[in-house]
Design a protein around this ligand. Structure first.
Ligand code: UD2
Ligand code: MN
Length: 465
């Protein structure tokens, strides 16, 4: 176990919190969790929460198949000095419906959700509850520290990253942008407004959880619920924060210890479709164009969720992109979304599943989205999800770098008449291939040749242009 406050910054340690904060129930759902990690979670909650702020712990067993999680667990928790209730799902339901069940039988004014393999640090709870006391529409997450799944070593998480997501609707950490540092006047002990939450660790006022529609109970097993609740909180008038003075460790596992009945892809795609259809308006196209296969997945009935959105008069997704997540990987305005096809060779730009700092490629057009989807944005960057086409030397190859929103080497001017893509900094044109490698597009002096002409498919021109 770690020493107290190891990761809290010194200024966090001197903060003083009111005594009469709202009390919380801690809800922990699990399926086939290991004994030691589950108990490490429970004990750390008991040991590191001020007793008067902890109403109870609710353990929801999502139909585990391990014997020790049955009577042995019940007998063990009976001896603990905080009320711990164990409830069972009748059948495997997934973490979303298991959390809903746990929330519904809990009684604290605040509900705190934790994964079943966490370790709360000293002082984790007070800063979370203090934010909710100030405004019950604030939903708060701790900084998630990393517990190694090999050695169980404890490593501090960063207060300089916040939650976002990519075109495939995967949750991702991204650097906290300058505007958020400025808003806090550089004080890193103040909560960070985050566009999304990771999903597993957060506290929410019980009444507010009800008011904004808890979770989408039509989502199965795992995935999607974290973005869904994030979009919903922001679009429907709440605030989502990472409270940087609160730290909770989480075991990040390389592989899931459980099955996804019906197939991992099917389930996650269904959940993602539900959130895209209900909350993302026309921006769901980023998800659908990059993964066209997804549109075949049945997402069930969503009318209760769309009417929730109406009833709460939630704002459009464009509002969220503009006001909450302007540095999003999904651009608020863009000229095109789809393939970028070379006129001479009829081949398409292709990220070749390469990663950051690697070269963009060119390949036969396949029309299947994926690696051949690019967006030419209103900021005149060419992005493939969270990477931008970037050139840093004359006649240089086109690299894929993290989009920096600073124009510079990532600024491209498309001429819809000449069909050229001019790299503004070098004043050279995107060409199908470099001198020495036909598979590597590069910039060359502009000649107007057909190898420098490009068709941007699915061109949509929003009214502002
Ligand atoms: C992250 C979240 C997780 C959840 C998930 C997206 C963190 C640290 N974790 O994945 O909470 O939001 O993204 O859905 O932010 N479980 C069940 N029944 C199931 C499957 C899982 O009860 O059918 C439990 C599981 O035992 C665990 C919790 O749900 O306690 C989260 O599952 P995970 O730890 O496998 O998810 P993780 O951390 O990869
Ligand atoms: Mn987890």
């Amino acid at each position: 176990m770690m020493r107290s406050c190891r990761h809290a910054s010194r200024r966090c340690k001197t903060k003083v919190y009111l005594d009469d904060l709202p009390r919380t129930s801690v809800v922990i759902v699990f399926h086939n969790e290991a004994w030691t990690t589950l108990l490490r979670t429970v004990h750390s909650v008991i040991d590191r929460s001020p007793r008067h702020l902890l109403e109870e712990i609710v353990l929801v067993d999502d139909a585990s198949e391990r014997d020790f999680l049955k009577r042995q667990l019940e007998q063990y928790v009976r001896k603990l000095e905080v009320p711990v209730r164990v409830i069972r799902m009748e059948q495997r339901s997934g973490l979303i419906r298991a959390r809903l069940k746990g929330a519904s039988i809990s009684t604290g004014q605040v509900i705190t959700f934790l994964d079943a393999h966490c370790e709360c640090t000293t002082g984790w709870l007070e800063p979370l509850l203090a934010r909710i006391k100030l405004d019950k529409k604030t939903v708060v997450c701790p900084i998630i520290d990393v517990i190694s799944d090999d050695t169980f070593e404890y490593m501090a998480g960063s207060d300089m990253t916040y939650g976002g997501f990519n075109w495939k609707l995967n949750f991702r950490w991204y650097p906290v942008p300058q505007r958020e540092m400025d808003r806090r006047k550089g004080d890193r002990t103040l909560p960070v407004r985050t566009p999304t939450m990771a999903g597993g660790l957060f506290s929410i006022d019980r009444d507010y959880f009800q008011e904004i529609g808890t979770y989408d109970a039509g989502m199965d097993i795992w995935g999607g619920e974290n973005l869904e609740i994030s979009f919903r909180i922001w679009q429907c008038g709440g605030t989502l924060e990472i409270v940087t003075c609160s730290h909770v460790g989480h075991v990040f596992r390389k592989a899931t210890p459980y099955t996804f009945p019906g197939g991992t892809g099917q389930i996650i795609n269904k959940n993602n479709r539900r959130l895209a259809e209900v909350w993302m308006d026309e921006f769901k196209n980023f998800f659908y164009i990059i993964s066209p296969g997804v549109t075949k997945v049945d997402y069930g009935e969503i009318s209760s969720r769309t009417s929730l959105r109406q009833r709460l008069q939630c704002k459009p997704f464009s509002w969220y992109l503009e006001n909450v997540y302007p540095d999003s990987q999904i651009p608020r305005y863009y000229y095109s979304l789809g393939e970028i096809r070379n006129v001479e060779t009829n081949q398409c730009l292709d990220n070749m599943a390469r990663k950051e700092n690697e070269k963009v490629g060119i390949f036969n057009c396949h029309g299947m989205g994926g690696n051949q989807v690019f967006s030419y944005t209103a900021n005149k960057e060419i992005r493939t999800d969270d990477l931008c086409l970037d050139v840093s030397k004359l006649n240089g190859p086109v690299m894929m770098l993290k989009c920096h929103h600073l124009k510079g080497n990532q600024l491209w001017e498309y001429d819809p008449v000449k069909l050229s893509l001019v790299h503004v900094n070098s004043n050279q044109c995107l060409d199908k291939a470099s001198e020495d490698d036909s598979q590597v597009p590069s910039v060359r002096d502009c000649t107007g040749s057909r190898s420098q002409q490009w068709l941007l498919r699915n061109v949509t021109l929003p009214e502002i242009f």
